[in-house]
Design a binder for this molecule. Structure first.
Ligand SMILES: [Mg+2]
Length: 226
């Protein structure tokens, strides 16, 4: 447990950061947008031909169901577990992904999509501005699309990814985390998870022409972004 603060917030004034926005259990969350009955219960999304689990809700993970579990092993106990399985619908996920990016583009001038449900953005501001911006993005994606996300912010893509991981794992953070607010002892713990993470560090992931500061204010948050 740790608060979202640093010893000297002014030390972050005007510094450049990268934010990573990642939709929680994306396929399941996309299904829930159009079927509210799926909320607050264990849900799995199945691969082509309903072979195995390719996405699990938090409730399904809590049941101990592993990613990739064949559905035939779960089907018999589904009713007892209140478990719902959905066939995958990649057209739907693609459309939700487009909307996700579109909302992000209203929140930051530079957005680099990293995967179907993840995007990096460049942000700038004090600690309190960064946290306000992160909460604004999270709230907006929930309000406009019904998608739950976590927002991690750090000075590099890797640190943004680690912050996102912290935001996802630690409920008291409310789904947002800035790396500089994480105490040293917890940073070590998070860094030890690196080998199991996917994270692109290539500058080529940024859209062309994105290397220059645009130095303008976001309409919605008042925080300097780029
Ligand atoms: Mg995700």
């Amino acid at each position: 447990m740790y608060p979202q603060r640093v010893a000297d917030p002014t030390a972050l004034e005007g510094r450049d950061f990268i934010g990573l926005i990642d939709v929680n259990s994306f396929y399941v969350s996309a299904e829930r947008v159009f079927d509210p009955k799926l909320r607050d219960r264990p849900v799995v999304v199945l691969s082509n031909n309903d072979g195995c689990c390719v996405a699990l809700s938090r409730e399904a993970k809590a049941l101990g169901i592993p990613m990739g579990e064949p559905w035939f092993k779960l089907a018999a106990s589904a009713e007892r577990l209140n478990l719902v399985a959905k066939s995958s619908n990649y057209e739907l996920y693609g459309q939700m992904s487009d909307r996700f990016i579109s909302v992000l583009q209203d929140c930051a001038p530079e957005v680099a999509q990293y995967s179907i449900d993840e995007a990096f953005v460049k942000v700038r501001g004090t600690m309190s501005e960064l946290l306000s911006w992160a909460k604004m993005v999270k709230d907006r994606l929930w309000k406009h699309l019904g998608l739950p996300v976590c927002v991690g912010i750090g000075r590099t893509k890797v640190l943004a990814k680690l912050s996102n991981r912290a935001a996802k794992k630690l409920d008291h953070l409310g789904g947002v985390c800035v790396w500089e607010s994480v105490p040293e002892r917890h940073r070590e713990q998070l860094l030890s998870t690196l080998p199991s993470m996917r994270c692109g560090g290539s500058p080529a992931a940024w859209p062309s022409g994105s290397t220059q500061w645009a130095s303008r204010r976001s309409n919605s948050s008042g925080m300097l972004t780029r």
